[in-house]
Write a protein that binds this ligand. Sequence first.
Ligand code: ZN
Length: 423
Amino acid sequence: MDDKLSRAIEKRRDDLIALTRDLIRFPTINPPGEAYTPCAEFLAKRLQSIGFETQLIRGEGAPGDTDRYPRTNVVGRFDGRTHGEVVHFNSHIDVVETGEGWTVDPFEGIVKDGKVYGRGACDMKGGLAASIIAAEAFIDVYPDFAGAIEISGTVDEESGGFGGVAYLASKGFFSKPRVDHVIIPEPLNKDRICLGHRGVWWAEIETKGEIAHGSMPFLGDCAVRHMGAVLEAFENELFPVLDSKQTSMPVVPDGARRSTMNLNSIHGGQTDDYSGLPSPNVPDSCRLTIDRRFLLEEDISEVKREVVSILDRLQWERPKFQYSIRDIMEVQPLMTERDTPVVIAVAEGIRSVFGREPQYVISPGTYDQKHIARIGLLHDCIAYGPGILDLAHRPDEYVGIEDMIESAKVMALGLKVLLSGSV
Ligand SMILES: [Zn+2]
């Protein structure tokens, strides 16, 4: 380990804790997108105080963007003495709702037993704070470095990232020559490098029926019964097939190392504003949302065909069976190669701080890397940050202070490797 860098980070321990707490105190809940602007402004000021030039960029027109809830992002940049590579740390500032079961105030930033508690502590304000401290320490120790460091705080990751990274990527913020390497400090555990994620296909299936009086269902056609047949076919035919599809991608946890499909929601009959009274009708529509996660080894057209072929067959088998299917979202699976510079640099940091090889993993769910690859066409990108993945979105979420310190060291060492031009 580089002693000077290590000391520069240790020296900032209190700053790191204070910064994490300050960030947690902005209740940036998404949806709807609370407190984005004050949080982004706070970050801009903090980055300016260490010499970054900053811009606030609103994801104008993105889903959810209104004057009441502007999608405010911040991008900061620190140019080194001379021209060189550019390393970008991207963190999302939004958090999910708190939910039930907290024993501490989720927006106080309570410090207890070496941990900082709060909604977003681990996902991912702790990672954001660690990246700022890492950059600060690096600039302090190596003021003459070549290249540039960028740090962004972006919105809406939890709801797809459209007003955040996707918007910035469409404006060129995540493409060469502006940026060469991206590290996303998501909570993937301090000694793991996350290379990417499985693919996603979200779709809505609707079965159709015919409305009639509930007392004479034989006069109509029940869309919910048709959907029941769909579910039965999924249960008997599709789920066993998905279970058997293993991947060579190192997805964590183990259970996600195969194809999966969640049935996100199902709704038939009476509309969503159901007031408590039962519907008197035979339902003429039933809608099911599916969330299919697929593998590098699978092709999206094949993934869709598996579902559609079941629906088509039911059309032959069941009298009056009618359906429609609508795509909601598609994301290709991603896996950054292990010999890309950012992977090599962060792996070197992990070896040096922990004295062991990093674990290379793939996230079960997607995150903003998808936009950087798809829109920014930048593939030198990983997720690396402190915090335990399993704590994300849970009550009493926390981030370990020592974990933040150690991963800040890894990030600072990563900067050193990337900006010294040795990879
Ligand atoms: Zn996150």
